[in-house]
Design a protein around this ligand. Structure first.
Ligand SMILES: *Cc1c(COP(=O)(O)O)cnc(C)c1O
Length: 405
């Protein structure tokens, strides 16, 4: 599969590795307060202008030490599972907690009700099984719909509208269910869709037309609609005005409260992964450098999506950058390759390399495969002081594998 090339402007570092990054242990993630706050402000402005409510989808970013940066601008958090729901309830106290999960469990549902106030079901049968219980606990109940409108190409694992998808309820599925169980309608307070991934508002507009055509009658009967995540709102060039038109259309057409629950957009281009070169070698014509960060362990989306992350100082555009170097991690996986990058000169043993856009889907998704230690997580505060958030050690690896003393 082709790797998507992602580029991030390194404006947050002034184009260099800043002095405050020079003497910390690598590999490590660095979360940037200033960039996180700027993203949050932009999202907050959309909420303020339109009256929609913004949620943080925690699966993309859940470094809760940073939640205070977001707090003034959001209505609450969105969770994909029990522990995220609890984290949102604990760390964003007093705000709304929404949860969507493709399959709720009977043995967890009561605990979930302690944390969440909005519960979205994936199917009519899940709604039937748990909806009444949620309602009786005073929760707002939603159904995730599948508008059957694919707006992305090439990344089928991120397309909930793909053929045979298990995500969301199609109109046919709903119509069949409502014939058998007419009481399902009374359970519904809201409708949810999530079909986008790193997309602009033209794709939202396309999706909304399909939502309207297929589910407009249903939405007119409920109190809220949730547009899900995948809105790349904080990416330079994103068409915010069109987004706001979409929000206003829904508000006017259906007289509903509109929720958005982006994940990425909160922390886009707001973090780094700092790494050091451990070895430089050559195989035939291929120049290689092994770094102390691993794609497989520390930036799993690089392999899963797959994409090539932005790297400070490496560019395909300038002719000075003549040495192409394949950067790979220290693990035993042959495919633990971050990407091929052009440098002006060959990096040496010990050189620092700085990957950009590393706050999202990294710290909350990494792993200790191969017995790799977890990288430290730091915040760079707005005044450029550094704060270390985590101290990981051998027990983080061992305790999830067993219990023998
Ligand atoms: C993943 C997800 C989000 C967040 O998506 P981003 O692409 O990070 O904005 C929001 N809602 C649901 C239901 C999701 O599954």
């Amino acid at each position: 599969m082709e790797r998507l090339d992602k580029r991030a402007p390194f404006t947050a570092t002034g184009g260099i590795i800043p002095p405050e990054f020079q003497n910390i242990k690598t590999p490590c993630y660095i979360l940037d307060e200033k960039a996180l706050t700027e993203n949050a402000k932009l999202l907050g402005e959309v909420a303020e202008r339109t009256g929609c409510k913004m949620l943080l989808a925690q699966k993309a970013f859940s470094n809760y030490d940073c939640y205070p940066f977001f707090e003034p601008y959001l209505a609450g958090t969105e969770a994909s599972g029990l522990y995220e729901a609890r984290l949102g309830a604990e760390e964003m106290a007093g705000k709304e907690v929404h949860v969507f999960c493709a399959g709720y469990r009977a043995d967890e549902f009561e605990e979930l009700l302690q944390y969440a106030d909005h519960i979205v079901f994936n199917s009519p049968s899940q709604l039937l099984r748990f909806g009444r219980m949620a309602k009786e606990a005073g929760k707002s109940v939603g159904l995730r719909i599948n508008p059957e409108c694919s707006t992305q190409e090439g990344h089928e694992i991120y397309d909930p509208c793909a053929q045979g998808s298990r995500m969301g309820t199609t109109r046919v599925q709903w119509d069949e269910a409502i014939v058998k169980n007419p009481e399902l309608m009374e359970l519904l307070d809201g409708v949810h869709f999530h079909t986008l991934c790193e997309q602009d508002s033209d794709d939202l507009e396309t999706t909304l037309a399909s939502v309207k055509k297929q589910f407009g009658d249903l939405i007119a009967k409920v109190k809220w609609i949730n547009f899900g995540g995948g809105h790349h709102i904080t990416r330079p060039g994103y068409d915010i005005e069109r987004l706001e038109q979409c929000i206003r259309m829904a508000q006017e057409e259906w007289k509903v409260e509109v929720y958005l629950e982006p994940g990425e957009a909160w922390a886009l281009n707001a973090g780094f992964l700092l790494t050091s070169v451990l070895d430089v070698l050559k195989n035939g014509d291929t120049q290689i450098a092994i770094v102390d960060a691993s794609a497989a362990c520390h930036m799993p989306d690089v392999l899963e999506m797959p994409y090539r992350p932005p790297l400070l100082g490496a560019s395909d555009e300038t002719t000075e950058n003549e040495v192409t170097v394949r950067l790979g991690g220290p693990t035993c996986l042959s495919g633990d390759v971050i990407g091929d990058y052009k440098f002006s000169k060959l990096p040496e043993y010990g050189a620092l390399l700085l990957f950009g856009d590393m706050a999202i889907y990294t710290t909350c998704k990494n792993n200790t495969f191969n017995g790799m230690p977890l990288p430290d997580i730091w915040i760079r505060h707005a005044d450029r002081t550094m704060q270390q958030l985590t101290v990981f050690d051998y027990t983080d690896f061992k305790e999830r594998l067993g219990s023998r003393e």
